[in-house]
Write a protein that binds this ligand. Structure first.
Ligand SMILES: [Zn+2]
Length: 340
């Protein structure tokens, strides 16, 4: 029935079984706008089955990232913003994937033979009760869900062992004074989350971040409470020991209820690509997660959650930077498979 879909699915499966180039090791890594889980390593690259296509010069490995919306309502709520976020990335990267644009990424909605969207689930009710996964859709397809709050999160990178719906992106609508503001903010939010789907981690969680920025732990919402919780649960631990442990151990930080601090822990798995990039869309701005946001002013930078070493204020970035595009070109190179 879904000719195109079946074709893509088949190609992806073939590419998957045949090539299996990922070297995946672990599962369950989720990156959020508001919290990050990285209990284990995943591949840097996003949800991509490699497809060999014939360019005029020879065989090329393409990385196709398929997505579906959970149900029609989700598509109505988030469709415009998500498509705009794909365009944002393609503007930064150059489109389409080619030898000229030097990347091999394409992102596609799952469609049926009549070019109509196919939704991830039937009988969808909520994230908790998603109903039945549509068997016509490749199980590793990115599933997009609408949530009721201003919040967003997405799985990081790609894991071929995920169950259906295991690769997902959740987003609510951003509050805004005007519809236009809300839409720009939604697009910005989804562009950031799509970066996680591609496999990008937060710029401020890079291994080399301490030479560029300062994390003001005590100014991050929930951090002091986590210190207090540590002292309640582990009386033998001094305050200094708690201060040393919370910013370095995700598990410990979560146990003590510091979901916010988890977003600022150095990510040990990914080797940074390119130089440190203050323009990355994968950044948090100075005010994100600030305990006392009202007090954050250019004259009062000590209230910021993050400050730059050379320039204190880190503003919000609304679109992918050239550095972000460079990272993706490195991760998803357009390269001819010669000699095969
Ligand atoms: Zn994020």
């Amino acid at each position: 029935m879904f000719n195109f879909l079946v074709l893509i699915t088949l190609i992806l499966r073939l590419a998957f079984v045949g090539a299996a180039p990922w070297g995946i090791t672990h599962t369950n890594a989720t990156a959020h706008t508001n919290s990050t889980t990285h209990s284990a390593e995943v591949d840097k690259r996003g949800i991509a089955g490699t497809i060999e296509l014939t360019d005029i010069y020879g065989l090329v490995e393409m990385y196709v990232i398929p997505y579906c919306y959970a149900n029609p309502t989700t598509r109505q709520q988030l469709g415009y913003g998500f498509e705009a976020s794909i365009r944002q990335w393609m503007v930064a990267l150059g489109s389409p994937a080619s030898a000229q644009t030097q990347h091999a990424i394409s992102v596609y909605e799952t469609l049926d033979g009549q070019n109509q969207p196919v939704f991830c689930y039937s009988n969808y009710q909520s994230i908790e009760q998603p109903g039945t996964w549509n068997n016509g859709i490749w199980k590793l397809t990115l599933a997009i869900h609408y949530i009721q709050q201003w919040h967003a999160l997405a799985t990081l990178g790609f894991d071929p062992r995920q169950a259906p719906g295991g690769h997902h992106l959740y987003s609510g609508l951003v509050q805004g004074n005007t519809l236009r503001n809300a839409m720009i903010s939604l697009t910005h939010q989804l562009t950031h989350e799509l970066g996680h789907v591609f496999g990008l981690v937060h710029e401020h969680q890079r291994l080399d971040r301490d030479s560029q920025i300062h994390i003001n732990w005590d100014k991050i919402a929930g951090y002091r409470e986590a210190i207090a919780e540590t002292q309640r649960r582990v009386p033998a631990m001094t305050m200094q020991q708690a201060h040393d442990r919370l910013p370095t151990s995700e598990t410990f930080s979560r146990t003590m209820g510091s979901g916010a601090a988890v977003n600022y822990i150095i990510w040990p798995f990914n080797t940074p690509i390119g130089s440190y990039d203050f323009d990355s869309i994968m950044y948090y701005r100075s005010l994100s997660w600030a305990r006392n946001m009202q007090a954050c002013t250019p004259q009062n930078t000590q209230e910021y959650a993050i400050t730059g070493i050379s320039e204190a204020f880190i503003p919000a970035r609304l679109s992918p930077s050239q550095g972000d595009a460079y990272s993706l070109r490195t991760m998803y190179p357009y390269s001819l498979r010669t000699g095969q």
